[in-house]
Design a protein around this ligand. Structure first.
Ligand code: B4P
Length: 190
């Protein structure tokens, strides 16, 4: 079973690369950002609470996203594997994910981190904001808050996987296909 964590700051290309990886490997894509946006568009209570935090660039509470992931793992028992995109985003989420996967005897194969500098991230997200109307991509101040949240709370998750010898970092700047080839090279080494 291939269980891949795609890691990187907001706008690093996790969602973009996930789409190509699920086509090639037939994996289930678990994006906590997409799951939260789906709750928002359905107007659920969870979505209404999450929207307040997301619109300001803050992370949603761990218990909420861990519950969503647990539910999706249970709903896809026969999957060939999973791509975790935007999850785990805190060390508490990483610990919870290890526990969930241990009970299924299907540990994380590895984490691939996409390295992109802050200026490039801001440009990509502002462009997506213009094209998609995503509220958290529209305002430079909110984008900077998301990058700060990443540096404060998410970056330490890399250490969690380094300690398990499961961490690989690649350059996230270049064409989408070049980056995909680099990720594919890492997967081939598992
Ligand atoms: P997410 O939906 O995970 O969004 P993201 O980090 O902004 O995007 P991603 O890195 O996937 O960007 P993409 O590939 O699309 O999170 C949104 C919010 O949800 C968070 O701020 C938080 O509030 C909440 N949340 C989600 N998960 C959570 C969790 N686990 N815990 C707590 N809160 C959580 O790429 C961005 C843009 O770059 C695209 O327009 C793309 O076209 C472009 N791009 C991609 N690759 C490129 C390349 N090689 N060159 C040029 N442009 C490129």
């Amino acid at each position: 079973m291939l269980n891949l964590v795609l890691f990187g700051p907001p706008g690093a290309g996790k969602g973009t690369q996930s789409q190509k990886l699920i086509e090639k490997h037939g994996l289930i894509h678990l994006s906590t950002g997409d799951l939260l946006r789906s709750e928002i568009s359905q107007g659920t209570e969870l979505g209404l609470e999450a929207k307040k935090l997301m619109d300001h660039g803050a992370l949603v509470p761990d218990a909420v996203v861990i519950g969503m992931i647990s539910h999706k793992l249970d709903a896809n028992k026969d999957a060939k594997g999973f791509i975790f995109d935007g999850f785990p985003r805190t060390v508490a989420q990483a610990e919870a994910l290890d526990q969930l996967l241990a009970s299924k005897n299907a540990p994380i194969s590895g984490m691939v981190a996409l390295e992109v500098n802050d200026d490039e991230l801001e440009q990509r997200l502002l462009l997506r904001g213009k094209e998609s109307g995503r509220p958290d991509d529209a305002n430079p101040e909110v984008i900077r808050k998301r990058i700060k949240e990443y540096n404060d709370k998410t970056a330490p998750v890399a250490g969690f996987y380094k300690a398990q010898n499961k961490f690989k970092s690649i350059n996230g700047i270049g064409s989408i296909n070049e980056i995909f080839d680099a990720i594919s090279g890492v997967i081939a080494s598992y």
